[in-house]
Design a protein around this ligand. Sequence first.
Ligand code: ADP
Ligand code: GN1
Ligand code: MG
Length: 367
Amino acid sequence: MNDSLAAVFESFEVYGSYLSCRPYGSGHINDTYVAAFSQSGTRVRYIFQRINHHVFKNPGALMENIHRVTVEARQRLEEAEIPDISRRSLKLIAANDGRPFVVDAEGYTWRCYLFIEGARTYDVIENEQQAYEVARAFGDFQRLVAGLSGGRLHETIPDFHNTRSRFEKLRAAADADKLGRLREVREEWEFVRRREELVDVLLNLQAKGTLPERITHNDTKLNNVMIDDTTQTGICVVDLDTVMPGLALYDFGDMVRTATSPALEDEPDVSRVRMQMPMFSALVRGYLSSAGGFLNDAEIAHLAFSGKLITLEIGIRFLTDYLEGDVYFKTARPSHNVDRCRTQFALVRSIEEQEAAMNKLVESLAR
Ligand code: ADP
Ligand code: GN1
Ligand code: MG
């Protein structure tokens, strides 16, 4: 372990002697580590995360959100007398000065969570039960934090799911084409242009008051739900950086994006990408089981659409990042963002082919 990591560990209320540490997870933004300590002979693990402050411009506000949300979730779980609470909601470990984060010598903000043992996340969906559980867990999370008092949460990234503004940023990147990469992805840019009208649909419904603002997670990737190794139930939602005001459909849409296709997000062979109806059905059933009580008719009517829109949106973001020189998402190979973009657009196509049937299914399940 290097000295700067050691200094970070020592700044938190973490006891015992240090055993080991390694990078962890497959996120595209922050740096995550798991570290183990021996506490009177017992091995106890923690998650340490360094926040990417190029992406999150105000880490203090972000940590205030996470602190409020995790305390709220814990209180609601306690009231409901749910067992095993420390595995069902993220638990922030305080810094020595009492704050829920530490700023290191280089100015980076770090946080520390209790490690949730006996559970794991999945990068690719394996079965319908997982899809059901992931959707149920995100719906439960929305329900748990719906009554949060103390004012509106900070917008940790303004316009995060504003699909019009995502579209305009792509247009600007394509117009500027500062690295001359547009010729490699002209087809992808045309793919988006032909679908421009989609980007305003949810925004217009929100402006009319048809879709309500809620507290949403906004990064509801499959790998942001811990699934219990024994019971196979979704026990805890993680990755709370983007918990802020949003539309429930942004959350459902990202579940469709990440939990209906059997291929990895960066699968180079796009012929492997497809929207699988049994997974979609499980997502709808899981989500309605926990969120069905508060969703309105317009939200339910747009569940399938939201999958198409959010998949298009994230594809737009990967494409924009490629045109801008891979400055936002972590990449491991030159074509990484293009590969990611192509899987997203292949999934959009697959959803378009099945959208009528998806809508029919939602109707029958919601009845
Ligand atoms: P990123 O923003 O980089 O995706 P996450 O907060 O999602 O970071 O963490 C990355 C991975 O680490 C998650 O997918 C999950 O597998 C694991 N993880 C995160 N928090 C915990 C925790 N408290 N206990 C156990 N594993 C965790
Ligand atoms: C990023 O941090 P991570 O890997 O969970 C991104 C999401 C994208 C996702 C695509 C703050 O999520 O919005 O949907 O990659 N997070 C941020 O995989 O931009
Ligand atoms: Mg994550």
